[in-house]
Design a protein around this ligand. Structure first.
Ligand code: ASP
Ligand code: MG
Length: 441
């Protein structure tokens, strides 16, 4: 079994859906589960609609719903050419937009918000199935809401996903092509929920783990992971292979191509992940797998919106238990720490979630003096065994010697060197690293 996930831009126009059709039917030997995102722009539009309803701007929401519906009507008039299928496609659009219009009339809740956000993937998969029907391609739609679930902490329930999905597949033993929704799932209360923005990648990798797939292909609009951010620096090159650990660090520290959580299911079940380009299907892309032998710096990623917090206490001198008390505050507010450095009397940590910042500071203050710096960026240089190579370390620091560095994290893992810098220096730092570490302009 092979998993192929297509992102919003890969299904965003009728022409692109046609390309996807070519890719999924290129061989009809392997059974496949196709995971689709919402058409590009839809989830953003649904978020705006939901926000407008939440704030009581129902007229505004109504006009956004109408605009989105018009886009879909235009989309299907290009996608399907015969009356029979056009009627079917129109009925699907009508059903989902009627639902949105009903929501307009009832009182808003978080559960309804999730229902609104789910419409994008429901629409894209159903319309794609109509398109397949029209092309006479045999397929089965597997409703993600019947097998994809998260527990009370928002964590996917891999055991139950496995059981439910294999039961569904058992019902269609002789079928080769399955279509399902990315992103959406049910939560512990049985309500419709989602795997957070960009979560279709996560869906694909959870399914790959659940069915022990041979490969999990993530099809986007760029040829694999690049060594640097192509939107920020002049020249970048695709990275051919990455280990799961390297890919996880790059995804977590800002490489937008992949949802950071999508690595662990593939890694736990040792399923290679391929990042491929729908627009250039012959490009090698990036393969992420357990073992990689090439050593050296492979890529740099940047993550913005970071806040550095320093807690300084002379009582920390020779004291034990101090770090535990500090960490407990972050744990209490469910706020993950990214980087950490310590000296004998102070500890600095970084967070990217500022929702509970004021309470965190208040609870840290009894432990020592607390200073915060907002608008910071983590620059993370990733590669196999780079943290064991004095030469790479030297290149990194030589290249950024004109950048003010607030924190350095080195030695935490064998494949990562992270620097914290003020965000205003990000572009310059990425460019300098591109020249000095990767020898690119
Ligand atoms: N449609 C969702 C989003 O835009 C999920 C995804 O595309 O992966 O975030
Ligand atoms: Mg994505």
């Amino acid at each position: 079994m092979k998993i192929m996930k297509f992102g919003g831009t890969s299904v965003g126009t009728p022409q692109r859906m046609n390309q996807v059709l070519g890719l999924i039917t290129a061989d009809n030997v392997t059974a496949k589960i196709i995971v689709l995102s919402a058409l590009s722009g839809t989830t953003n539009a649904l978020i705006n609609i939901s926000n407008a309803i939440a704030e009581g701007y129902r007229d505004e929401a109504k006009s956004q719903i109408n605009d989105l519906e018009n886009n879909y009507r235009r989309f299907i008039s290009d996608l399907v050419k015969t009356d029979t299928y056009r009627t079917k496609a129109n009925a699907i659009v009508t059903e989902h937009f009627e639902f949105l219009n009903i929501i307009l009339k009832i009182s808003f809740s978080e559960a309804l918000n999730k229902d609104i956000l789910a419409q994008g993937e429901l629409l894209s998969t159903k319309l794609f199935c109509i398109f397949l029907e029209q092309k006479n391609v045999q397929h089965v739609l597997l409703p993600a809401l019947e097998f994809m679930s998260i527990d009370g902490n928002g964590e996917p329930q891999i055991g139950s996903i496995k059981v439910k999905l294999s039961q569904l597949l058992q019902h269609h033993k002789n079928q080769q092509l399955f279509i399902t929704q990315g992103y959406i799932c049910r939560n512990a209360k049985g309500e419709v929920d989602n795997l957070k923005r960009g979560g279709s990648d996560y869906t694909a990798s959870l399914i790959a783990a659940a069915v022990s797939a041979t490969v999990c292909e993530i099809w986007t609009d760029i040829s694999g992971m690049h060594n640097n951010d192509p939107r920020v620096v002049g020249k970048t090159i695709p990275v051919e292979t990455l280990s799961f650990d390297e890919a996880a660090e790059l995804a977590y520290f800002g490489a937008k191509i992949l949802h950071p959580a999508c690595i662990w299911p593939a890694q736990s079940y040792n399923i290679p992940v391929k990042l491929l380009n729908t627009m250039q299907p012959d490009a090698a892309g990036t393969t992420i797998q357990e073992i990689v032998t090439d050593v050296g710096a492979k890529a740099v990623a940047a993550k913005d919106g970071i806040i550095a917090i320093k807690i300084k206490s002379s009582r920390m001198l020779l004291a034990y238990g101090f770090l535990r008390k500090v960490f407990e505050v972050f744990e209490k507010y469910k706020t993950p720490i990214d980087m950490i450095t310590t000296s004998e009397v102070a500890v600095s940590v970084t967070i990217d979630d500022s929702i509970n910042l004021q309470q965190i500071i208040k609870e840290l203050e009894p432990l020592g003096s607390v200073e915060t710096d907002a608008d910071q960026t983590i620059i993370s240089i990733v590669g196999n065994e780079i943290a064991e190579s004095p030469e790479i370390l030297q290149k990194v620091f030589n290249s950024v010697n004109t950048i003010p560095i607030r924190m350095v994290s080195y030695g935490g893992s064998r494949h990562n060197i992270s620097l914290l810098i003020p965000s205003g220096y990000k572009q310059k730092a990425l460019q300098l690293i591109n020249n000095g570490v990767f020898g690119l302009q």
